[in-house]
Design a protein. Structure first.
Length: 197
């Protein structure tokens, strides 16, 4: 069961990273965007890019690539839970669609459009956070109960191989000479100033 524990801890770390990003986006909405009568193109672009990145990272999580297929192979009794997770995933996808099709291409220049924009992002965040919660509270215990020791070993091996592939696929960056860090800090300050506008 040590392999199962390792695997679930690795998946929990992935869950936590997504959750923190979602909560940061919600905080930005509540503290900044919701109180504005219009949003700048930079604010809209930043929020849409963040939602897109989060949606894609959720879609390609190790849980979806390795754990859920193993559960599907191990039992038919998790069908209702997996259906609930799929529905939450579709709700998040629908919210992304609203952003991309209805709101992302047009100016968010009235209080009504700001409210719609914030509502679509909140719908995405809420559905995704609910899915993460359901995975941790119900899916992980089901996985522990139905997946065999050999299957856990296989999942852990696939995850390690995936991590190695991702690491090898990353472009090699030149050594950091400090100038990149200063440029990155200046870029972050400009982005923060633009968001606060």
């Amino acid at each position: 069961m040590l392999t199962a524990t390792y695997t679930l801890v690795a998946l929990s770390v992935e869950q936590t990273s997504v959750r923190v990003s979602l909560q940061s986006l919600q905080q930005l909405l509540q503290n900044t965007f919701a109180h504005q009568s219009e949003l700048t193109p930079g604010q809209v672009s930043f929020a849409c890019d963040t939602v897109k990145r989060l949606y894609e990272s959720c879609h390609w999580r190790k849980l979806d690539m390795f754990l859920i297929p193993a559960i599907r192979s191990a039992t038919n009794e998790a069908g209702a839970l997996l259906q609930d997770l799929d529905e939450l995933g579709r709700a998040a996808a629908d919210a992304v669609g609203v952003l991309a099709i209805k709101l992302g291409a047009s100016a968010v220049d009235t209080a009504g459009k700001v409210a719609q924009f914030c509502s679509a992002i909140e719908a995405f965040c809420s559905a995704t956070l609910r899915r993460l919660e359901l995975e941790e509270q119900k899916l992980f215990p089901v996985a522990r109960a139905v997946i065999s020791g050999e299957a856990w070993f296989s999942i852990a091996n696939q995850m390690l191989a995936h991590d190695a592939y991702v690491q090898e696929s990353r472009p090699v960056r030149p050594p950091d000479n400090g100038a990149d860090e200063a440029g990155e800090q200046a870029r972050r300050q400009r982005a923060a100033a633009q968001l606060a506008a």
